[in-house]
Design a protein around this ligand. Structure first.
Ligand code: BGC
Length: 413
């Protein structure tokens, strides 16, 4: 069986808003409760991870994984502008400590889509001071937590708004967006409501890249000494037919951020599928290819293609910070993991510096506007009782991690 490099990182990921529950001070909580709303359902208690993190980290370690990627929530840490909550920061110190106590390396994301509602009320990332406010938050959180952090990313998928301009399978009703936005403004008593998902992609990109570099400097001047990168959403972009816009799409969605990653300590790659790009943009799934619960193609080979694409442009260590599949059929998840990791091994064989694989997600959780229906978790969560149930795919990934090599699924049953 082919093996991975000795210090390879094996992990699973979550994001605060998707698992913690009751993120009531965030912009997304506001949007979830507007009528109309784009959200299928509100996040509510989510996985109650805010209170159950000890057990969840213990479960992750028990599987054999050695890294937990999670995000800290700006809306909790800075519930009002300039007021930093010691209680929230202490909470995240306890989460970090729980990782270390369980022999798990913590990888912290400072921003995973959600913002404080006051930030949205100012206009979000489109406000001129947004970058400075984000940097101030990072500086304060880094000062309180840095000594316990092992890896950090400023943002999760900051290139997503740019990708949204292309992605074919997202069909969002324009009037709902408009009315939801108006209701959100009323809810926060402002003429503005700027949320990451709905912002102007060009303004966001410029502002967030500048703030990324400033946040890295701020974090580096605080306690601890840990690599800091940025995690990008990358798809296996395949040209289809004559005059494909593939290169234009890649230039818009990836170039700026890959350049930012090249100036950082590492690049996080988050890959889920491939995309066929024709002369008018994305073509959507190819008929006959199985779809995931998200409506995109089941295409585990995307990971390898994305690693190769990024590695040709960024000469920095690569971590797979997300890879996974939404399915009710856990055997499909096992197959997805196996085929994705075969691709990682091929990249490693050819000397590409991939240092870790972090699966999305540790738990079945709140999949943003799609609610709780898509199942990305290695561990199922009963939403009525909060009971966790380990799926076979979790045991499979854990066994790969323990042996640091590909294993036969049959051997672990
Ligand atoms: C995001 C996660 C999300 C996952 C699955 C990534 O875009 O970082 O928050 O749940 O994909 O859709």
């Amino acid at each position: 069986m082919k093996s991975f490099p000795p210090s390879f990182v094996w992990g699973a990921a979550t994001a605060a808003h998707q698992v913690e529950g009751n993120n009531v001070n965030s912009d997304l909580w506001v949007l979830e409760h507007c009528r109309p709303t784009l959200f299928q359902e509100p996040s509510l208690d989510a996985c109650d991870h805010y209170h159950r993190f000890q057990d969840d980290i213990r479960l992750l370690a028990g599987l054999g994984l050695n890294c937990y990627r999670f995000s800290i929530e700006w809306a909790r840490i800075e519930p009002e502008p300039g007021h930093f909550s010691t209680s929230a920061l202490d909470h995240y110190r306890r989460v970090l400590a729980a990782c270390h106590e369980n022999g798990v390396t913590p990888m912290v994301t400072f921003y995973h889509f959600s913002s404080p509602r006051w930030f949205a009320a100012m206009g979000g990332w489109e406000h001129k001071q947004a970058g400075d406010l984000f940097v101030r938050y990072c500086e304060r959180a880094g000062r309180a937590l840095g000594d316990l952090i092992s890896f950090a990313s400023t943002y999760n998928e900051p290139n997503l708004p740019m990708l949204f301009r292309w992605i074919a399978h997202i069909d969002v009703p324009f009037t709902t967006v408009l009315l939801m936005g108006r209701k959100a403004q009323q809810a926060v008593g402002s003429k503005k409501f700027g949320c990451f998902f709905l912002g102007d992609a060009y303004v966001l990109q410029e502002r967030m890249i500048a703030a990324h570099h400033n946040a890295v400097s701020a974090l580096k001047s605080g306690p601890g000494s840990y690599p800091i990168g940025v995690n990008l959403a990358i798809q296996d972009e395949q040209p289809c037919g004559p005059n494909s816009q593939r290169d234009k799409k890649c230039a818009e969605c990836y170039d700026g951020w890959l350049a930012a990653a090249a100036r950082s300590d590492f690049l996080g790659i988050q890959a889920y599928t491939r995309c066929r790009v024709g002369k008018k943009g994305d073509l959507g799934p190819e008929p006959g290819i199985p779809l995931t619960q998200m409506g995109y193609e089941f295409w585990p080979e995307a990971l390898e293609a994305c690693i190769r694409y990024a590695a040709a442009r960024v000469a920095k260590p690569i971590y797979i910070t997300e890879s996974g599949v939404a399915t009710d059929d856990d055997a499909q998840r096992v197959e997805y993991i196996r085929r994705s990791l075969e691709g990682v091994l091929d990249c490693l064989d050819q000397g590409i510096d991939v240092r870790g694989y972090i699966h999305w997600s540790l738990l079945d959780n709140f999949e943003w506007i799609y609610g709780y229906r898509p199942k990305f978790g290695l561990i199922a969560v009963d939403r009525a009782t909060q009971q966790r149930t380990i799926k076979p795919s979790a045991r499979y990934l854990g066994e790969l991690a323990r042996q640091n090599q590909m294993v036969d699924l049959a051997a672990i049953r």
